[in-house]
Design a protein around this ligand. Structure first.
Ligand code: AMP
Length: 220
């Protein structure tokens, strides 16, 4: 199995989580979603969770040093031996620079940074209807991808919930933070020849196909 080392870049609601899970399964890589790690830490009331909680609830970014340490440790774990899909990291220029250092030390250069492009109105629609299973984390959308019985998870029958930060007030802050702090990373990676722009509108399978093609690994 060929390895893969990619960053998924894109605003909240671009589909990074959905596409990241598919890439993880396709390439037997690990998926590192900093948002998922932080939400779990908050739920488990760990020291990291206590530190991160107020940033998450406001839709603001957790300090760079906390996140960089977390990802650096995660990348060393066994399930990342065949590659990684970074979902939600890096999100600032200092995070991107730290990642470059970490990967240099590990002699694991990035294959590509996939910038998933979705118009603003589609993002707002997607975020407002997004739900996830409290038990297994599976993702749904009340209109575009509802569970078959309309209420509980198809995979494990768990209850569905809306993320606290998917409420309207916080969505606005998250999109503003994305534009000011994360969007400039596109240039950083373009200058390094790593950026691949992906049209993120359409069916999940079609977007995955575009991603795999952009990686130069057409679907078999
Ligand atoms: P996400 O699930 O990727 O939308 O992330 C949810 C929240 O977790 C963000 O709004 C931030 O508060 C925090 N977060 C996730 N990733 C990062 C990161 N790389 N840097 C700083 N904060 C992050």
């Amino acid at each position: 199995m060929a390895s893969v080392r990619v960053v998924l870049l894109g605003p909240p609601g671009a589909g990074k989580g959905t596409q990241g899970k598919l890439l993880r399964d396709r390439f037997e890589a690990c998926q590192i979603s900093t948002g998922d790690i932080l939400r779990k830490a908050v739920a488990d009331k760990t020291p990291l969770g206590k530190e991160a909680e107020s940033y998450l609830s406001r839709g603001e970014l957790v300090p760079d040093d906390v996140i960089v340490r977390l990802v650096g440790e995660r990348l060393k774990q066994k399930d990342c031996a065949n590659g990684f899909v970074l979902d939600g990291f890096p999100r600032t220029l200092p995070q991107a620079e730290s990642l470059e250092e970490i990967l240099k030390t590990m002699a694991l250069p990035l294959d590509a940074v996939l910038s998933i492009q979705v118009p603003h109105d589609v993002i707002v629609q997607r975020l407002a209807g997004r739900r996830n299973c409290q038990n297994c984390g599976a993702l749904y959308h009340v209109n575009f991808d509802p569970p078959s019985n309309g209420e509980t998870c198809d995979r494990c029958d768990g209850g569905l919930q809306q993320r606290d930060d998917d409420r309207e007030e916080t969505i606005t802050t998250r999109l503003r933070v994305y534009e000011s702090q994360t969007a400039p990373l596109a240039n950083y990676y373009r200058e390094r020849g790593k950026l691949r722009e992906i049209n993120g509108v359409g069916k999940v399978e079609d977007i995955q196909k575009r991603i795999v093609e952009a990686l130069g690994r057409p679907a078999s």
